[in-house]
Design a protein around this ligand. Sequence first.
Ligand code: NAD
Length: 292
Amino acid sequence: MKVGFIGLGNMGAPMATNLAKAGHDVTGFDTADVTVDGVTPASSAQDAAQGADVVITMLPNGKILSHVAAEIIPAMAKGAVLLDCSTVDVDSARTVAAQAQEAGLSALDAPVSGGITGAAAGTLTFMVGGDEDGFKVAKELFDIMGQKAVHCGPSGNGQAAKICNNMILGATMIVTCEAFALADKLGLSREAMFDVVSTSSGYSWTMNAYCPAPGIGPQSPADNGYRPGFAAELMLKDLRLAMDAAQSADADTPIGRAAQELYAQFVENEDGMGRDFSAMLPRFEKRGHTSD
Ligand code: NAD
């Protein structure tokens, strides 16, 4: 396939390289003027989009996506697929998809989980919203860039699935960390805590697979000085998107809101920026019952 790839950053560059390695003809554009293995550089976003069967965008946020979409939609061939893999707000995803469909294109929102390691290894999971025909065309590309693609329904539903998942993840990480800090103060060893919880009703992905306590459970960023992994500021971005969506859909999400407030505090007023999101544990360790 002829693929246009716009946004060749930490995630986009390895994803584009994997498509080129698999034999697709990939033309890429990034405002940062980067060179990426196997990818033919274009002089503009329109240039990368012209004549492509599928145009993939992997951009920082919904505002930039909307801006890029307005540029490339008129340049794309009728029947082509606009495949956005960025994590953006549900409203922007739905607006961009409607504009693409009006112009005779297929549109998919397909945010990913798996991070930079998954992008490089081609093991991402795609959560996909949009029409069935577009999904069928893009499936071949999902299979190269990832290990799983779930079609979640109409446009915006990929973003909805991503932010709901990450709201659970953020809140669960916080409570796992605060439970470890409480266990410390009660004199319970971290090994005992892990052994009990990981096989009891408090078990979770954050405890069992990504344990925030160093030296306990399988290898995780905690064993590497809390270098990300999944950075706290990216978790904050996703929690903010979840809270925007909750407001827009009139949903009551008190724990999600508390998680967003805590990560905002950690990233913006403490030392959370650039640290893994599991570094909430050393944060709680330093605090007492009435700390604010
Ligand atoms: P990044 O900042 O490394 O890459 C974004 C790229 O977009 C940059 O290279 C930037 O120069 C480029 N860009 C910005 N404006 C542009 C424009 N107008 N035209 C063309 N290029 C433009 O970010 P990333 O880590 O690659 O993340 C990309 C997306 O994937 C984000 O939405 C992020 O939330 C999501 N995501 C990231 C991770 C992760 O672990 N990094 C995991 C899952 C999802």
